[in-house]
Ligand binder design. Structure first.
Ligand code: EPZ
Length: 440
């Protein structure tokens, strides 16, 4: 398995372009299941999760008919293959996003229940409740969700889609996609407001869907007979942008990000400014702006709670925690979306961070320095947090199981090295045992 060897103490400086968003691209890639015409998506990031979903779509009769750098052309050519198998779904839970489009367009879908993961058990009850409200008959058989639409097709409905943790991003995507072809009007109350949902709605509208309220908690959809093909560019990745902003801050660097969706991350800008990180924004399109990131030598502590958008994104919680371990004072972090999303706490503590967890809250007591150590990646964003800590730590940090990172960051070591970091990707078989650390 691949391991990162990170030599700390290097300031990041230079320029970097933010990639297309993984969390926008994944639901967008399921939209070709809603039409008989080809859909071209541009600026699709080259990530493990993207490749997994492309392989699943091929099994569902939706094949990639064109490929250039970052461009993906998808066309449904065989709508009779409608079984999303456990072997693929368990490796990439966003596969659940094929359910709504297939049951709406084909009248039938069989999708394996996604398993849990390191950050929680990841239920899909809200997805199923929403599709059932549109008239789909939902049954579970041997770990598979079987969804059947009535002969007359799905019918519009008024749906409350909120759960105990608030709105659901992929649940909203599933129900929104299905509603575009349902007969009549659908109201989705407590819809996710995430920018990635706005991106999905914008794509669907370009294909002829009739949607209003996207970006607000109330989505209204007037069903249409069919959707046409389209050529669409995926929005920039706000989580990748936030990760690199914090990488600059934790190394006291000075970097300039291009294609940065600053208007989709105002809560992040607010918190980073409170920490003493300056973001100088230029450019007319604030979803593809140029942002120069500099920071005070000593960062200030902050308090934040993760919440559905426009609240602070849970996907930046680990990266913020890593950065705040070196702030001058105590920070308080509360995780309200995935209360178990703290796999990075023990690993950061191995590097000398002073963290005290009380349920969904972690008190971060700033320390003067972190010390490099062998640490273990566990989920995508925890891994990113550990890379940031390793770049700021004294000495060498080895990060094992880097495949977690590759799911959401394209060749992260190359992009950070281009900014001056010292990170090498090695096979852990080539490492001395004392550097491979971590219990299996
Ligand atoms: C999306 O996951 C993102 N993934 C996640 O990013 C992100 O952390 C999450 O939204 C929250 O912002 C993609 O977009 C591919 P949810 P999603 O449904 O849609 C509960 C990353 O690191 N819930 O919004 O699966 C759920 O348990 C990934 O890039 C139910 O109870 O998340 C959670 O507590 C990790 N029932 C909360 O809602 C349901 O039916 C929010 O989950 C669905 C969700």
């Amino acid at each position: 398995m691949d391991t990162f060897v990170i030599e700390g103490g290097r300031r990041l400086e230079g320029k970097l372009r933010i990639n297309g968003s993984k969390n926008a691209a994944l639901p967008l890639m399921c939209v070709p299941l809603l039409t008989d015409e080809p859909v071209t998506l541009r600026d699709v990031p080259n990530l493990a999760d993207i490749r997994s979903l492309r392989n699943l779509l091929a099994e569902l009769g939706c094949v990639q008919t064109g490929e250039q750098q970052g461009m993906m052309r998808l066309h449904t050519q065989d709508p009779t293959k409608s079984h999303a198998r456990y072997e693929i779904v368990r490796t990439m839970r966003a596969s659940i996003s094929t359910l709504g489009p297939m049951v709406a367009k084909r009248g039938y879908a069989k999708v394996s229940m996604p398993g849990g993961c390191a950050i929680g058990d990841r239920p899909v009850d809200l997805h199923l409740r929403g599709l059932a409200a549109l008239g789909a008959e939902i049954t579970l058989d041997g770990g598979d969700i079987i969804a059947k639409a009535p002969r007359k097709g799905l019918q519009g409905a008024t749906i409350f889609l909120g759960g105990q943790f608030g709105s659901t991003v992929l649940g909203t995507a599933n129900v929104l996609c299905a509603a575009t072809l349902a007969k009549g009007t659908t109201v989705i109350e407590s819809a996710a407001c995430e920018p990635e949902i706005v991106d999905l709605a914008n794509l669907l509208i370009k294909m002829g869907a009739r949607i209003t309220g996207h970006g607000s908690p109330r989505l209204i959809v007037e069903g249409v007979e069919k959707l046409s093909g389209v050529d669409y560019t995926v929005m920039a990745d706000r989580i990748e942008a936030g990760t690199f902003m914090l990488a600059a801050a934790i190394t006291n660097g000075d970097i300039t990000l291009e294609n940065c969706p600053i208007d989709a991350m105002l809560v992040v800008k607010d918190k980073l400014n409170a920490m003493g990180i300056q973001l100088a924004v230029t450019g007319s399109d604030l979803l593809r702006a140029t942002v120069r990131v500099t920071s005070a030598r000593t960062l200030k502590p902050v308090e934040f709670t993760t919440q559905p958008h426009p609240g602070f994104p849970t996907d930046l919680q680990a990266q913020m925690m890593a950065t705040l371990t070196l702030a001058d004072g105590n920070s308080v972090i509360t995780e309200r979306i995935f209360p178990e999303r703290f796999m990075h706490v023990a690993e950061l503590s191995r590097m000398g961070a002073r963290l005290m967890r009380q349920g969904p809250t972690v008190i971060v007591s700033g320390v003067r320095k972190l010390v490099g150590a062998p640490v273990m990646a566990s989920d995508l964003r925890a891994s990113a947090g550990l890379v940031l800590a390793g770049m700021a730590a004294e000495g060498t940090t080895t990060l094992n199981r880097v495949y977690h990172l590759d799911r959401g960051y394209e060749r992260m070591e190359d992009r950070l090295t281009s900014l001056g970091a010292n990170i090498r990707r090695v096979d852990d078989k080539d490492l001395p045992s004392h550097l491979t650390g971590g219990a299996d």
